[in-house]
Design a binder for this molecule. Structure first.
Ligand code: NAD
Ligand code: NA
Length: 396
């Protein structure tokens, strides 16, 4: 079977197993090239199959020589249909980890559910005893609440008034104006239920209740702040309320871990092309301008560069973990540099369908988007039969 990208709006319906494998191998090679990191050895990554979570799993395994358990929600391949990219990424990751003699197992299911938490607990008990680091990197549009059974949907809406600004359809390069109606209280509440810190707390509580957190255990969740141009729809919108809640949750989790000297942090990461961020209006235009500037300045990073830096220069730098005045770890420091943001703000004014190919990195955006699904990698023969993807026993 020859697999080609089939785009539908913000997603691609197909994924390429060999390309996903190449993506994982490239990330592994990057982490290895940066040298070993003296970090946590038993790591649980929740949201481990794509984006920042995958980069975290790779940085732990191939940077810190860690055993990893990865939790994610991905579609396995079926007759005539490819798997979702995160499934192929995880299969490739497990193969590479096993080749390197590293423990790696995965749980494919709804991380919000009690069942998946229980499966994870059982796996830790059977295999690792305790956990030293828990990365919480879920990005989901929905959450079935484990207590009430209610299905909550998150939204990406402004709060208080209609938001109108520029956006780009990154497939066509068309820059248009988009207007988004403001959220009501229910939208806000639902978004906080899905993307806030409640489930993070539930995970940590469940692990602690079973004595599965090692002394000094650390947990990290990922957040975003971003620039003025996206503020209304991101940080001051419904998703921003959820991030506020997530960031506040770091403090309550740290309080709950006092007796084992554990700590919870939020790391604020850079804007990057992932399945989650491509669906947010305005953000793709911002990212294409940002990429252009950061690449020209030699400070562009992808997920793996971000997380490798998080580990080597923040978490495991041999000293204190540096944080901002709100206790957050900042690896969005280069994105948020005043000179970078001034340039973005200026280009934002100039951005039109006609100017964007020159002033923005639309090509880089598209390349990254294709890469998410395993397309566009050099070293992969896309004309070859892609059928013989190695299956991994522990992923279903
Ligand atoms: P992503 O879409 O690449 O990854 C999401 C992960 O969550 C995948 O592993 C997916 O399988 C998993 N997942 C989703 N629903 C699940 C469920 N019900 N059960 C189990 N697993 C589930 O997203 P990402 O961009 O890497 O986002 C991860 C975190 O990083 C989010 O908190 C996001 O807000 C944050 N972040 C993203 C950006 C960005 O620009 N992409 C920037 C800063 C922070
Ligand atoms: Na992730």
């Amino acid at each position: 079977m020859i697999i080609e990208p089939r785009m539908r709006g913000f997603i691609c319906l197909t994924a390429h197993p060999k390309g996903c494998e190449q993506n994982v191998k490239n990330q592994i090679d990057y982490v290895k090239s940066k040298g070993s990191i003296d970090g946590a050895k038993r790591v649980l990554v929740i949201g481990a199959s794509t984006g920042f979570g995958l980069a975290s799993r790779i940085s732990s395994a191939f940077g810190c020589n860690a055993s990893t358990i990865g939790v994610f929600f991905e579609k396995p391949p079926t007759e005539g249909k490819t798997a979702s990219p995160g499934w192929y990424n995880s299969a490739a990751f497990e193969n590479e980890a096993h080749k390197a003699g590293l423990y790696a197992k995965s749980i494919n299911g709804d991380a919000f559910s009690k069942e998946v938490k229980q499966q994870t607990i059982d796996m830790i008990k059977a295999d690792l005893g305790q956990i030293d680091l828990i990365i919480y990197s879920l990005a989901s549009p929905v959450r079935m609440h484990p207590e009430t059974g209610v299905l909550h949907r998150s939204t990406l809406k402004p709060i208080g008034g209609t938001f109108t600004n520029k956006t780009v359809d990154f497939h066509t390069g068309n820059v248009t104006e988009v207007s988004i109606e403001p959220a009501n209280q229910e939208d806000i509440d639902n978004t906080v239920v899905v993307m806030g810190g409640e489930d993070w707390t539930m995970w940590i509580d469940a692990l602690k209740a079973e004595n599965l957190l090692a002394a000094g255990a650390t947990t990290i969740a990922y957040s975003y702040i971003g620039p003025a141009v996206t503020e209304a729809v991101y940080r001051k919108g419904t998703i921003g309320r959820a991030k506020d809640h997530l960031e506040a949750t770091a403090f309550t989790i740290t309080d709950s871990l006092k007796d084992i000297n554990g700590k919870a942090y939020v790391s604020v990461n850079k804007a990057l092309v992932t399945q989650a961020s491509s669906a947010i209006p305005v953000i793709p235009l911002y990212i294409s301008l940002l990429y252009k500037i950061m690449k020209a300045d030699g400070i562009h990073e992808g997920c793996i560069e971000q997380i490798q830096r998080l580990y080597s220069q923040r978490l495991y730098n041999g000293g204190e973990i540096p944080t901002d005045e709100n206790g957050r770890i900042r690896i969005d420091d280069w994105e948020m540099r005043a000179d970078v943001q001034e340039q973005v703000a200026k280009l934002w004014q100039e951005a039109t369908t006609e100017t964007l190919p020159q002033i923005g990195d639309l090509a880089g955006y598209k390349q990254d988007f294709l890469n998410l699904f395993g397309f566009g990698f050099s070293g992969v023969d896309y004309d070859a039969d892609a059928n013989e993807m190695v299956m991994v026993d522990s992923i279903n």
